[in-house]
Ligand binder design. Structure first.
Ligand code: ASP
Length: 593
């Protein structure tokens, strides 16, 4: 090694030792002819000093050194003089008095200083990612990620799981998103799909007898990106044979507890709370609710159906619901403009409007439609449990719209009213999902998880008679209001698999063509099996208290799925296209600036 110690290692007990350090120049200061260099590496920062006592070459090198130059410094560890120690720095009690400074490499003036407090915009950080990754905060994120993955690997290894790699070049697996396709050179017109998940491979590994599988798996989904999504992401992918849902959940709970303890020093009591999907939608309007705060949704439909207010009664007559949230102390806090903002948010979520009511000192309601609601005023107050000074927010619409609007308001108020303890870690399960949801575009039934999910035994016969009422053996892991994993027990009976394909409108021929290998494998002795996949990027975000997914991925893509550093995606040589038998019909778009 070119160094004897790292830049984060030296302490008072090293005083007097001859050491050599390597690293980047974080900062240089010239203090009346004495040069102070903060040398930085992955482990920390150490102050290096060159002064009048140093030889001429050392002093010259120290004077020349600029931000981000790479140096090797040899010298003796000294105690910093009293009054110049830095208690915020682990190495802050010592410095290295340089005997020799070798410039291992110079650096052009960096686009931004990794050590500076002020950061440039994210696009600049992404375009110069190697500089951005030099920042201690980014290095911490990557180290956290590495530790979390290590805990995962250890956990599953100790439980006898086998790590098996599955192909990147495969056939499309339906997880509900668009595939990334890779053209075949040998069979023009044929395409591989990059895996949306190793779902079918891992099921086949169970049919092959591996019993317990685990993989840190790259997955690809060509979706319109939301803030917490990336086109390629990493899952901890797990599958187990001869299990029921509880068995998979217990294994994951052990991992959650271990991660919370090792990363956060938190003792998370097990078993984790479980909520059914229906309960989540009733109480929070969402299937991944943030349980760190209250503001639960209350149903007012029975009251509203009887009332004189046309908007409420009309919604109920059309089979909809009237539901509301009580905001404690909200009457005084929100101005008319704030309430207009909340109304706009509800409307953007699909609601026709928002009814707000302020509970006055005498218990009466005020608000634009308060007088229309006089016949149920007391009822609303009692149902919501409102006290003088509280605010009630009410939406009347289809169940789905009330869910969406009230979930949006709840989440927004949780942040605005500072109801969320940012140090809290809330991990829970959501179970008993519906098997199917209507595809909003086509109107057809689509699998809520994926088409290989087993229905609950008592609901199997609803597959044909009442698909909407058919529940799945599915479990999602929710951390602080965001889905951090999801899994299911799989279908191992080929007849049930065919019935599910049928319910999804997949004809027998299509099923054979696309999933023939699965149907054959199911007929060749398939054990009962099930599993889960955990989103590693999101785990790192949650355990690191971070809210930008790009901060936990070394080389992420933008929300437009491009890599600002390499310029991918990019056009290719005509020869490459010719080899693949591909002609591009749309001219390439000019690169985004
Ligand atoms: N393949 C599923 C997913 O990627 C997870 C699973 O069911 O194991 O969401």
């Amino acid at each position: 090694m070119l160094r004897s110690h790292t830049c984060g290692e030296l302490r008072p007990e090293h005083v007097g030792a001859e050491v050599s350090l390597c690293g980047w120049v974080d900062r240089v200061r010239d203090h009346k002819g004495v040069i102070f260099i903060d040398l930085r590496d992955r482990w920390g920062r150490t102050q290096v000093v060159a002064g009048p006592d140093s030889d001429a070459a050392t002093l010259t090198a120290a004077r020349a050194a600029r931000s981000e130059w790479v140096l090797r410094v040899t010298g003796r560890v000294g105690a910093r003089p009293e009054g110049t120690t830095n208690p915020k720095l682990a190495t802050g009690a010592v410095e290295v008095v340089a005997d020799r400074i070798a410039v291992l490499n110079e650096a052009e003036t960096p686009v931004f200083q990794p050590g500076a407090a002020e950061l440039p915009g994210e696009e600049i950080r992404l375009a110069h990612r190697w500089l951005d990754l030099r920042r201690p905060a980014m290095q911490e994120n990557m180290l956290l990620r590495s530790r979390i993955v290590k805990i995962m690997r250890d956990h599953f290894d100790e439980l006898g799981f086998v790590d098996v790699e599955t192909p990147m070049l495969g056939k499309s697996t339906p997880e509900g998103a668009r595939d990334y396709l890779v053209p075949s050179r040998l069979e023009h017109g044929s395409f591989f799909a990059l895996p949306q998940s190793p779902q079918l491979y891992k099921q086949l590994l169970m049919m092959a007898g591996f019993d317990r599988y685990v993989q840190v798996a790259k997955c690809f989904r060509d979706e319109d990106l939301r803030a917490d999504r990336q086109p390629e992401f990493t899952q901890l992918d797990v599958e187990m044979s001869f299990v029921e849902a509880d068995d998979v959940m217990v294994v994951i709970e052990g991992l959650v507890q271990r991660t919370a303890r090792e990363i956060l020093g938190l003792d998370l009591p097990l078993p984790l709370p479980r909520l059914t999907y229906d309960e989540c939608m009733e109480r929070f309007g969402h299937d991944a609710p943030d349980l760190r705060f209250g503001l639960e949704i209350v149903d007012l439909t029975a009251l509203a159906g009887e009332c004189g207010f046309r908007v409420f009664r009309g919604a109920v007559e059309q089979g909809g619901r009237v539901r509301g949230i009580r905001v404690p102390g909200g009457a005084g806090r929100f101005s008319r403009k704030d309430l207009d903002g909340l109304t706009a948010a509800a409307v953007e979520a699909g609601a026709k409007g928002l009814v707000w009511l302020k509970c006055e000192a005498d218990g009466s309601w005020s608000g634009p439609v308060a007088k229309n609601l006089s016949d149920i005023a007391a009822g609303i107050r009692d149902r919501l449990g409102c006290q003088p000074g509280d605010l009630a927010l009410i939406v009347a619409d289809s169940f789905a719209v009330t869910c969406k609007a009230l979930h949006t308001l709840r989440r927004r108020l949780g942040i605005e009213l500072d109801l969320i303890d940012s140090r809290a870690l809330n991990v829970s399960w959501v179970v008993d999902f519906p098997m199917f949801a209507r595809d909003e575009e086509t109107g057809h039934w689509a699998a809520m998880h994926h088409p290989f999910t087993a229905p609950k035994p008592e609901d199997v016969d609803l597959l044909e008679s009442d698909p909407a009422g058919c529940r799945a053996i599915a479990y999602d892991l929710v951390i602080n209001g965001s889905e951090a994993g999801g899994g299911t027990i799989r279908i191992h009976d080929p007849a049930v698999q065919e019935r599910v394909f049928h319910a999804l409108g997949i004809s027998a021929e299509t099923a054979r063509e696309r999933f023939g290998f699965l149907l054959d494998a199911l007929r060749s002795g398939a054990p009962p099996h099930g599993g889960i996949a955990l989103g590693i990027d999101r785990w790192v975000m949650r355990f690191g208290g971070l809210d930008n997914i790009r901060d936990v991925i070394a080389f992420p893509k933008t929300q437009r799925a491009s890599d600002l550093m390499t310029g991918a995606p990019a056009t290719v040589e005509p020869k490459q296209l010719a080899d693949l038998g591909i002609r591009v019909i749309a001219p390439p778009k000019p690169p985004t600036p």
